[in-house]
Design a binder for this molecule. Structure first.
Ligand SMILES: CC(C)(COP(=O)(O)OP(=O)(O)OC[C@H]1O[C@@H](n2cnc3c(N)ncnc32)[C@H](O)[C@@H]1OP(=O)(O)O)[C@@H](O)C(=O)NCCC(=O)NCCS
Length: 179
């Protein structure tokens, strides 16, 4: 599967085939009905867990950039985002509207199919088109090589390092990408 950003749909479900050439998945906006599954995936795959109201708040405020993926009708991954106004992470001293990828997760059995790539591309395109974001940023553990590789393939660059960002003391890379 090679999918260009021009082919990413941002106004309805999109059905695609994974990089294995056979697994079909659907990428779409999340709804309130998906939140139990999203919270469960977050708890299963990441140490950074949030209360349910935090997911609800993001879904209510930025529904176009809260994306899930389904395989066989089961939610297997999500990208939760927000859009903020603040200093650019790419152009020093410039105030911008910037997307923030808050949390990304894909269940282990659905990985390496391109699902995170498509969900990220959709969230990023939606941030730009619906919410006017000019750039996007995220934090990632400095040891999280799979995620860093995913983000680099999507065009993100490391623009900073935040000491002891995580509760266990690990540093984060701040990564950003123009939209
Ligand atoms: C990171 C994560 C979201 C990737 O999901 P995914 O659907 O498997 O990602 P994709 O299939 O779109 O992979 C895209 C690219 O990411 C990189 N990547 C993904 N998994 C990787 C791994 N285990 N090792 C190395 N690179 C990896 C690769 O460059 C991959 O491209 P390739 O398969 O052509 O080599 C998933 O592994 C995950 O949920 N991890 C735990 C949660 C997490 O770390 N979230 C990010 C926190 S900031």
């Amino acid at each position: 599967m090679v999918i260009a950003v021009e082919n990413i749909v941002i106004d309805g479900p999109q059905r695609l085939v994974g990089k294995d050439g056979k697994t079909e998945f659907v990428v779409r906006e999340a709804t309130m009905k998906d939140l139990n599954a999203v919270v469960a995936i977050n708890r299963a795959v990441l140490p950074e867990n949030y209360p349910t109201w935090f997911f609800v708040e993001h879904l209510e405020q930025f529904p176009k950039a809260f994306i899930v993926a389904e395989v066989g009708g089961r939610v297997v991954g999500y990208v939760m985002s927000r859009v903020e106004y603040g200093w650019s992470n790419l152009l020093k001293g410039k105030p911008v509207r910037k997307g923030h990828i808050v949390s990304v997760g894909v269940l282990p059995e659905a990985r390496r199919l391109g699902i995170a790539t498509v969900m990220m591309l959709r969230a990023m395109k939606a941030m730009k088109v619906y919410y006017g974001a000019a750039e996007v940023y995220l934090e990632v553990r400095v040891s999280n090589t799979p995620a860093i590789s995913l983000y680099e393939k999507l065009g993100y660059k490391v623009v900073g390092r935040i000491p002891r960002y995580y509760s266990d003391g690990e540093d984060a890379y701040l990564m950003a990408c123009p939209l």
